[in-house]
Ligand binder design. Structure first.
Ligand code: HEC
Length: 164
């Protein structure tokens, strides 16, 4: 046993050094929340509450950074999720593209969002069937009100590819 410990000492030191060095990589240090430009006008308090718990950590400027997001390498993964999430859809920058709301409806219907690796750790973010339908109802209303804004209503929209 003693000999085993002695043999593990150098590998353990090396691992410790690597772990320490990882903390020095600046990517993941920033836990910034940019100002809220215009929060999404959720049609119901339920929809708002559900979205805040299940989506806002990655799709808003109101990220609640968990303790593990301060420790590399988890900090890198969280940073990446938040950056990519905000880029695709940001509930703090209303109005969002109508296409993005439609996509959100699809993602929630298909249970692709919130991501499983997130709900495994953040159990409260997982959607029950009731929460899913409440959220979908609100997203659909938001999509409709978004549509009123432009003059294309009436034509059937089969998402022509004008990119973004
Ligand atoms: C743990 C972080 C996280 C949470 C929580 C989360 N998302 Fe996402 N979401 C992402 C990331 C990361 C992407 C970008 C994926 C990519 O680029 O492939 C994304 C992409 C999306 C997209 C765009 C999909 C596409 O292919 O363009 C939509 C819409 C979306 N999420 C909606 C939601 C909704 C609605 C919720 C809440 C019910 C939610 N997300 C919760 C991280 C998250």
């Amino acid at each position: 046993m003693k000999r085993l410990l002695r043999r593990l000492r150098v590998p353990a030191m090396i691992l410790g050094l690597i772990f320490g060095a990882m903390q020095l990589v600046p990517y993941g240090w920033s836990h910034s929340n940019p100002p809220i430009e215009q929060d999404t006008p959720w049609p119901s308090a339920d929809g708002r509450a559900i979205a805040r718990i299940s989506c806002y950590s990655c799709h808003s400027n109101e990220t609640e950074w968990p303790a593990y997001s301060y420790v590399a390498p988890m900090s890198w993964l969280v940073r990446r999720d938040v950056d990519r999430g905000r880029l695709k859809l940001n509930f703090s920058e209303w109005p969002q593209d109508e296409d993005d709301i439609e996509e959100a409806i699809e993602m929630v219907e298909d249970r692709a969002m919130p991501p499983t690796q997130y709900t495994l750790i953040h159990r409260a973010a997982a959607l029950t069937n009731e929460e899913r339908s409440l959220l979908l109802r609100d997203l659909e209303k938001l999509e409709d009100s978004d549509e009123d804004g432009d003059d294309q209503s009436g034509s059937d929209d089969r998402g022509d590819d004008d990119g973004g």
